[in-house]
Design a protein around this ligand. Sequence first.
Ligand code: BDR
Ligand code: CA
Length: 322
Amino acid sequence: MPRKIILDVDTGSDDACAIMLAWLHPEIQLEAVCTVKGNQPLKYTTENTLRIRELLHADFPVYRGCAHGLVSDLVYPRIPVTKNADAVDEHGNVLHIHKELFDLPEATGKCEEMPAPMFYVDYLSKAEEPVTVVMVGPLTNLAVALLIKPEIAEKIEEIVIMGGGHNITNVTLAAEFNIYDDPESALRVLHCGAKITMVPLDATHTAYISKKESDQLREISTPEANFAADLIDLRIMVHDQVQPLEVKGSCALHDPLCIAYLIDPEVLQNVSLCNVEVSLSGITYGQTIVDQRYMQKERNVYYAFRGDHERFAKILVDAFRH
Ligand code: BDR
Ligand code: CA
């Protein structure tokens, strides 16, 4: 039986690959996609999601979600995003790892009427079978749904979150982007009582995707495989310049690793059940704090400290092949 999932995205480059993997893989049943602001403002993350749906000739419903975090953009003084170095192309133009809009035809299809948090409340209240929620953007939509009806947490089989970082951070010296963008929502979700698996930068950077995989995707030569290859090549250019990984010519393809975990849990390694909290103050605003003490009692998150490149690469490429 394929695993039923709801996928929550802020469609940028790696979110797009997560949607494609979820749609293409036979072991995943994509019930719905919810959008949230994050990599770009909501109107772009939603339009990008619709464009990917059309690229795939898919028919999953798309629910437009929250345009702002719970309070994060009102918090003052908030530690600003660290001024990070820019990657440039061969002409010296700045490369953006997430374009405002994908170079794909404008979407003709529309979103559903119901806003994403209401969809969670409605769908989960009525759900008779287990459903997994995969969150690969800021956690606002589910946090708002949990504020409205906390009991829906009991209907969720597992929440898989791309977010956080223990040894690796990106958006500030202390924080990873998805958690930093709405840390108050992240805390709500981390303490909702459902089983939670966190796929942080520690896992996505070690389960890197390389030029070898983008070449294999190009050989498949379908429109969606070519598009995924383009996104991966862009990410490799950026990573090599500003955030090099263990292997030159590779990138972190964060969001699809959450989908790959549902297909083969072994893609995550060194997984430890521990207490994960989120800092809401000062220079560490948005930091995930991972308790590793033996004595800790309140353990809320399965936290993955590593990922397996070989397994992840195979799942990704095979899904486009079939
Ligand atoms: C996360 O932030 C976003 O930019 C990516 O899509 C990913 O979900 C990585 O920190
Ligand atoms: Ca994302």
